[in-house]
Design a protein around this ligand. Structure first.
Ligand code: HEC
Length: 135
């Protein structure tokens, strides 16, 4: 009997530990509002900025592939694409330096390369906040 209750206690401890781990995983995806303004980000996503094309010319958010991958569900894969890079860092890099990691497996990204110069840091953060809402 004693062994059984000990085993049960152990099981509970293991389950609790696993539960905490799952929480820690979710915590790595921050609240979009802490990063920027998702509503402004949504606008930036579908507007041209001078010669820089709108993100929506190449990306859908409904799962259909276009010139680039659909950004539906980007939040769940963003933190896993590159070792040691969390979702926000990965999204930031994807926007300002598309060739650092080429998501569609091609040698060179055809994504427009100069968003880092065309958009302000605040606009990039608003975009990231918007992308984080696309579960
Ligand atoms: C000219 C077409 C084009 C435009 C415009 C464009 N992208 Fe991309 N994007 C791509 C392609 C192609 C890829 C896949 C190759 C790569 O990773 O760069 C990509 C990849 C990405 C990824 C990584 C996707 C993944 O599955 O990991 C993100 C995030 C992204 N783009 C966001 C944006 C945002 C935000 C904008 C607007 C500021 C934008 N893109 C504008 C073509 C484009």
């Amino acid at each position: 009997m004693r062994t059984l209750s000990l085993l049960l206690m152990l099981l509970v401890l293991v389950l609790v530990a696993c539960g905490n781990q799952a929480d820690a995983g979710n915590a790595s995806i921050p609240d979009p509002a802490d990063i920027g303004n998702p509503d402004t980000g949504r606008q930036i996503f579908s507007e041209w900025h001078g010669e820089a094309p709108a993100c929506s010319t190449c990306h859908t958010i409904d799962g259909t592939a276009s010139v680039g991958p659909s950004l539906k569900g980007i939040t769940s894969r963003a933190g896993r694409q590159v070792d040691g890079m969390d979702a926000v860092a990965y999204l930031h890099e994807s926007i300002v330096d598309p060739n650092a990691f080429v998501a569609d497996g091609k040698a060179q990204s055809v994504m427009y390369k100069h968003f880092g110069e065309v958009l302000t840091e605040e606009q990039i953060r608003d975009l990231i906040a918007y992308l984080l809402m696309l579960e």
